[in-house]
Every structure is written in C-alpha cells, then in structure tokens.
Ligand binder design. Structure first.
Ligand SMILES: Cc1ncc(C[n+]2csc(CCOP(=O)(O)OP(=O)(O)O)c2C)c(N)n1
Ligand SMILES: [Mg+2]
Length: 321
C-alpha cells in the first residue's frame, strides 16, 4: 500500500483519538451533556472501512459513531458543536453525540437503539438497487446487536433480494458490561450470516490496513451484484461503555493491557517508522496539526450560539414529498 495512503490513515486515526480525548475533557467540564460513548481503541475500524467507500455510498451506524463521522470527512468543528448542543452542529444541536448526521456525505446517521439502524440500512440498499444507483451501504453495528431480531430480519431480506449491503460488526467483546460469550451461543459473529447464505469474514480490527483490505473486497463483491457480505472486525474499546461506566468492575486489567499492546496507532506508526517512512519531524508535525485541528473544533463549538428554543420543534417532519 502506498506511503501517502498509510500516512493519511495514521492522521485520521490520530484525529479520532485526540478528538475523543478532548470530548472526554469537555464532558468532565460540563460542556457536553447526555451520554458520551468514546471510540478510543477502535479507530482502525472506522478509518479502514470508510477508505474503502466511494462518496456516493451510504454509511449508517450506531451510537459510538464520532470516529465513523470523522473518518467519513464530517467537519470536526461541526461534530464538536453537535456534542455541545449548538445550532452549528451537524444535526443543529438537536441530536447530540448519538445522532450525528450529514446527508451531503451520505452519512445517514448514528442510532441509539441497538440494532435499530440495521433495517434502515436494508431500506437504503433497496432504494439504491431499485433506482439503479450502484451505491453500496456500509451498515455498522456492535456485537450487542447480533442477537436482536432486527439483525436476522435484515440479513435475511438483504440476502433474499441480493441487496448491496456490507454489514460490518465492530466486535469489541462487550455489550455494555456483558461479555459476548455470556450473550451469544455462537461467538464467531462472521458465521452468523451463514444460514442466510451470507459470506462472512473476520478481520483484525486493530490493523487499519487489514480492515481496509477486507472491506474493500466486500464492497467490490457487493457492488458487483453478489449477496451482502458480513465483516466482523475484532477490536476493543479502551474506555468504559460511556463516560458514566465503571469499567473496572467487569473487565480485567490484564485484558485491557493485552489489547493496548495491539494499539492501532502504535502498530501503524511502528510499521511506518521501521520502513523509514515516518521520520520524527513528520510525526511531530502531524501531532501538532491534529492537535490544532481539535483545538479549532472546540473553539468553534464554544463560540457557536445555542439553538434558539423556538427551533426545537422544527425539522420534526420532512417537508419533502
Ligand atoms: C434495543 C436496545 N436495547 C438496549 C439498549 C441499551 N444499550 C445501549 S448500548 C448497549 C450495548 C450495545 O453494545 P454493542 O452493540 O456491542 O456496542 P458497543 O457499545 O460495544 O460499541 C445497550 C444494551 C438500547 N440502546 N437499545
Ligand atoms: Mg460491543
């Protein structure tokens, strides 16, 4: 893979990490209310997967979606403003952390209901197919969604109608405090589509290049008219489920340390450094630029006006017929 692309992957993962660290800080300062689910540790999945898409493709995802939005190219300032509940946010400050949306980038939203976005992703794929648009849908969800009825209904219909969906499960081994082996009779998520004739593939979700290659292959298949594909990315969230989660009560320190050794940023950085493709000056320049971008995002959110109360009931119904 070309040097430029790998450096871009590293920059995007770094942007997500620094953005999330800053969001945690802003939450602690009381600038962000409601729930805040951080994506730290899982950056390689979003960055690898989004890079395999074309701009016309749809993305739809769950509530741990800041990383997906950043990797898809939504502006950091408008995402931070959304977390702050400001009128300049991507959803005009009405959605908050779990409901980032940008139709211009075909980013069709984060959804708070576990599994709730899966039927919507099939609907988007049906529209693309019916209209002959050639768009692929990347449908992202967590391991907690795979025992929901909606998961099975969605996979069945998508397979039956040969719809252009790539189902991407971010298996971070836990749904809230429940480990996957306590919730799933079959823990190999990639096999869960077999009964619908859906091809599955497991990938190292801590390796951005591996994720990119797996999703790119899946997208090419699906765009070529084959059945949907299910990709399972094995990954790990470093923080609690949300900012309010006392993670130490259900996870072992050794497990956390083990996964941190496979840190996606560290791995790519070491790979590039060992190949002489990331000299120290370039690395510190990248760090400085990303930090400045995140600071600018916070400044934009701080300076933005709150949503006027009279606008609360606007945009409840679409005026498009
Ligand atoms: C239908 C439904 N049931 C329960 C919840 C409460 N809930 C919020 S997040 C979550 C865990 C989901 O875990 P997973 O899908 O693995 O995603 P992760 O948080 O690990 O990224 C649960 C049970 C919900 N939001 N929706
Ligand atoms: Mg999970």
């Amino acid at each position: 893979m070309g040097e430029e692309r790998l450096l871009e992957f590293l920059r995007r993962m770094l942007l997500i990490r620094r953005f999330e660290e800053k969001a945690a800080e802003m939450y602690a300062l009381g600038k962000i209310g409601g729930f805040l689910h951080l994506y730290i540790g899982e950056e390689a999945v979003a960055v690898g997967a989004m890079a395999a898409l074309e701009p016309r493709d749809y993305v739809i995802t769950h509530y741990r979606e800041h990383g997906h939005a950043l990797a898809r190219g939504l502006e950091p300032g408008k995402i931070m403003a959304e977390l702050f509940g400001k009128a300049t946010g991507v959803s005009r400050g009405k959605g908050g952390s779990m409901h980032l949306f940008d139709a211009r980038r075909n980013f069709m939203g984060g959804y708070a209901i576990v599994g709730g976005s899966l039927p919507l992703s099939v609907g988007l794929a049906l529209a693309s197919d019916y209209l002959g648009e050639g768009r692929v849908v990347l449908s992202v969800f967590g391991d907690g969604a795979v025992n929901q009825g909606e998961f099975h209904e969605s996979l069945n219909l998508a397979a039956l109608w040969h719809l252009p969906v790539v189902f991407l499960c971010e298996n971070n081994l836990y749904a809230l405090s429940t480990p996957i082996e306590r919730a799933s009779a079959v823990t190999e998520v990639f096999r869960r589509g077999e009964c619908y004739g859906i091809r599955g593939r497991q990938v190292d979700g801590m390796d951005v290049q591996a994720v990119y290659e797996a999703v790119e292959e899946a997208v090419a298949r699906v765009r070529g008219g084959s059945k949907p594909v299910l990709v399972e990315a094995l990954t790990y969230r470093y923080r609690g489920h949300s900012m309010a989660d006392p993670v130490q009560f259900y996870r072992k320190r050794q497990e956390e340390e083990k996964w941190k050794q496979w840190d996606p940023l560290l791995r790519l950085r070491q790979r590039l450094e060992s190949q002489g493709r990331l000299p120290p000056e370039l690395r510190s320049q990248m760090e400085r630029e990303v930090e400045a971008e995140v600071e600018a995002a916070v400044a934009f959110a701080e300076e933005s006006p709150p949503l006027p109360a009279e606008e609360l009931c606007h945009d409840v119904y679409s005026d498009k017929t």
